[in-house]
Design a protein around this ligand. Sequence first.
Ligand SMILES: C[S@@+](CC[C@H](N)C(=O)[O-])C[C@H]1O[C@@H](n2cnc3c(N)ncnc32)[C@H](O)[C@@H]1O
Length: 434
Amino acid sequence: MANPPQNPARRAAAALLDAVLVRHRPLEEALDALPTDGKPHKVRGKGEARPGAALSPRDKAAGHRIAAAVLRRAGSLDAVLEPFLRREPPPAVRHALRIGAAELLLLGTPPHAAVGSAVDLVPAPFAGLVNAVLRRVAEAGPAALEGLDAERLDTPGWLWTAWHAAYGPAVRAIAAAHRVEAPLDLSLKPGAAAPEGGEELPAGGWRYPAGTRVTELPGFAEGAFWVQDAAAALPARLLAARPGERVADLCAAPGGKTAQLAATGAQVWAVERDPKRAARLRENLDRLKLPAELVVADAAQWDAGGAQFDAILLDAPCTATGTIRRHPDVPYLKRPKDVPSAAGLQRSLLEAAAKRLAPGGRLVFATCSLQPEEGEGHLAAAQALGLIPDPVRAEEVPGLAAAVTPAGTLRTRPDLWAERGGMDGFFVARFRKA
Ligand SMILES: C[S@@+](CC[C@H](N)C(=O)[O-])C[C@H]1O[C@@H](n2cnc3c(N)ncnc32)[C@H](O)[C@@H]1O
């Protein structure tokens, strides 16, 4: 790294790690709670690691990058640190050691800067320990890292077991994909030009290098495009909404799929339960100048005044284990028991969606989870609700024939398109109502 991050960035990284690993709060929520220039610092809890004074956007971004690098490789970093620690250090010291090790071994920070600034993060009684350990990591760490089974170490055991059962040896490629920072994918408004520097993707959308700041791309303020992973763009495309059709987007915020549906000329109802997320959806649609009726309601209860729809997109809430490339905090926030509980919620939303669908209407069900209980596990129940499978054909998803299952559902994985930077893991099934 030409310019090593400054210590406010590292203090921010430590605060983010504390939020995720100790208090089990989502990384994005912790990032929003950091004190930035012009925004007062919210102090949430006693003993919370604080990043200190207001952060510049650059330090905040650098802190996020360091924290994400640690979260992606925490198992490997701990394995490298292990031989140099006689007992478990307090959490703040563990955060500083991981940050220092990540900078030394993954981020290319010069050793004197990485060690010195990690020492600076801890209370005086621990300075000697952090200094000694990280000096040894600087010497022996690169070789130690080489010899590790990184895929396994950086994946929680329960996820490894579940993915191995579902995908066999590909579990290793899935885990490897999680170690790499994801590129930025954009969906374009019809007729808009793609910003320069991107690659057009075979299944639609444009891809830009990881770390590209979307708000700095020309056309952002004018609403020419929105951020949407290549796989996340598939469900709305497969619904193939037509101008004038009545379409419901259940579980809609932040609105990537609502935008796709609205851009077809269909009449769209976007249903979102969380008022804050609904406000974000509104902001996004306003920027894009795309129309949709926003309904703040529980989609499982919403009866649309008795109306029925020609097409429904149900992008159901899930454990999000398909999005670990973009959200490296997910493995630290989810537990095995979250899978059946998400699947139960998805089942009730599917029932409600089937009721709201007009006879002959189309339904696309999607989740961004790699757990089969949140995907394939719903197929029999969907049919029992009178939903007839409408198989996806390979020609509908150019470049992704490998993701089309024999049942005609779509199962994308982070290791697909590995040479292009992968994609989120989604399950998508399409149905027709009799
Ligand atoms: C997977 S995200 C949707 C992403 C969105 N479709 C997009 O493409 O931008 C799930 C959303 O569903 C919302 N949600 C969860 N349970 C809900 C419910 N019962 N009714 C309506 N919305 C719900 C969550 O607040 C969250 O915003």
